[in-house]
Design a protein around this ligand. Sequence first.
Ligand code: ADP
Ligand code: MG
Length: 501
Amino acid sequence: MSTSGSRFVFSEWPPTLTDDQLQALTLYATTYALSHGLLYLPPIKPQPRVPNSAIHAPLSVFPSPFPRRLFSLARRLQNTYNLLYARIATDVEFLDNVMGAIDGVGKVDDFVGQLWTGWKNLRDEGIVQPLQLGLFRSDYLLHAGLNDEPPTLKQVEFNTISSSFGALSERTAALHRYLYATTTYYNAYPAMKPEDFPANNTTAGLVEGLAAAHSAYNVDGAKILFVVQDGERNVFDQRWLEYELLEKHSIHVVRETFDQLATSASLDPTTRALIVGGGTEISTVYLRAGYTPTDYPTAAQYSTRFLLERSKAIKCPSIPLQLAGGKKVQQVLTHPGMLERFLRDEVPEAQIAELRDSWMTMWGLDEDRGVEKARNIAQQLVLKPQREGGGNNVYKEAIPAFLDGLPPLERQAWIAMELIMPPEGTGNYLVRAGSEEAQSSVKAEVISELGVFGWALFGGQDGGVREKEVGWLVRTKGKESNEGGVATGFSVLDSVLLVDD
Ligand code: ADP
Ligand code: MG
């Protein structure tokens, strides 16, 4: 493979392999994944209560090239983002204005409105646990430069709830390091060096956040509650966190769904300690459910969520922190002076500017001429509602008809965001999961999304924010797909190969 000067050429990736080499790498990859817990439960409905089989996660054969300078930028930005979202979650007036059911998005979005109203009722009653924990993931794409300029880093979204794939992405990075160690990828890309495969210790890092909350709660014998979805297939990603909590911190985990908690959870009437299963006190509630309206099919699930929220346990996330992750918040942050409002006292202006540079142009559809602007440049846009988990956005040519059918009142719930344009012509060999036949790799043109993980523990009397950047993830999707969720089946787990561009 050639490079022009020392500069990496994205359109020349992946290196060429013979069929035999590709088949050998695919065998090494799937076998490694199966033996190292890079796994999913198979798509069976309903899932058996005790599973008896697993399939490897969808994965890429090569890591994906990422400019070294932008990888370190993304990791550096995470510290500022951790602080920023901690500050947003504790700014009640801001969240009421932007997400509330009286003045904000909650007026027109029932899901946001329900969460906000539940939180408002609790505020009126009095909140007993000021501390909040965030396990975050900030997602980015490379944005190709004009006229041969090098690419820049642009943020897709910031996740404050159920940020997944920390543990599996660590294992995917290890998989690519293993493929290199065992085959040197058949020298198909001779410039590849061990130090181009960055370390990824996300599992320990995320668990350190959970353990920090647990020790701040400081009650002997308390456990951490994982709130999970019924029928969840991405259980191994969650279990790895559970094992790490037990093995490295001697902290026990209880896993329950909202429906199980409806009968098993209660609050101590005087202290509001959260008790599950008749006697276990919970230090920290870690939500891997509750981020989407389908997790709340009836009023009962909202009641359970509010019971957890009322408790003295530390929530990861609290309702305000979940609301802070709204796409509307991401868009409002682009207004002049907003970042300064949250960060001015602690973050130098140059660092604030660096963060702002990672954003695409965004606006609200309810703004003056907001819909008209969106129609005019529909081909360069994505419209997003206040939802998580993939499959909710409206892209490019679908936008005009969507706008025709959108009731004017509902515009407040939608943001417009300019499309990030990743470098063209980058490919990879993708190994999909769950097929009955022998596995094979498919070569496809792809787009790779980097996620950076971090945690923050905050909300105490002193106003302090403990935070840390803890690792990263790459998800790679076929170019023809607009969306990129691994759990929703559009993309594969991947890792980074650092390159100089
Ligand atoms: P969700 O909360 O559903 O994950 P995202 O904002 O992450 O919503 O959007 C889903 C996917 O859509 C992303 O993973 C990315 O592939 C694509 N996408 C979102 N915003 C943009 C954008 N501005 N430019 C290009 N692709 C985007
Ligand atoms: Mg996303």
